[in-house]
Write a protein that binds this ligand. Sequence first.
Ligand code: SF4
Ligand code: SF4
Length: 203
Amino acid sequence: MGHFYVCFACHHCNHCCTEVVCLPTPWDVVQIVKYTGRDPRTFLEFLTPDEIEGVAKNDPTWLQVNGEKYIMALKRDTVNGCFFLDRKTRHCTIYPARPLLCRLYPFRLHETRDGRFKAFSLHDDVGCPRFRDAKVPTQPLYEIFVQDREHQYDYHELVRAFNAKAYRGKKPEDFIDMFVEVRSPEKSVSGRSRSKGANRTGE
Ligand code: SF4
Ligand code: SF4
């Protein structure tokens, strides 16, 4: 077993909910749909490489549509931040169902060569002020990390299947249909899946 704690305290500066683009997995999207009852098209957007930085060109979550690449993100506006950030209280309105990536920010995992847990440190290039006046237990963090890694594998499989499809009128939003069913006209939704930070450019 590695380190039991990582020194960190969130001082709720809101940087991560205003300046950072949240890239949910399909599993995360399903949890938000279950929690809010919303059609995911109301809170998701699909960004091109020109609209986001910090995502590798060969990242396996790029969706291929008619020669262009898109990545699934939570909607965010340049003034108010994340779609789910309450404009008055500045609190997350989906806190119990927030994406795993939000729970792991700004922690960075360190594992041994044979893949066992070693420690968490704090990412030094993500904009968080990284206050260290508290101790966060690492075991629950590691469990979330492992869970998210599994979801990422599922996400990559879904993207591979989506990218293999070619049909007239293909849109990046069609990817949502691979893991959430929206029943019109009531617009009720249900999860279908078994079941990452980046910065938006130009801001
Ligand atoms: S950037 Fe860091 S301190 Fe600020 S809200 Fe996010 S986690 Fe908390
Ligand atoms: S989902 Fe919640 S915690 Fe995550 S970026 Fe949006 S407001 Fe912040």
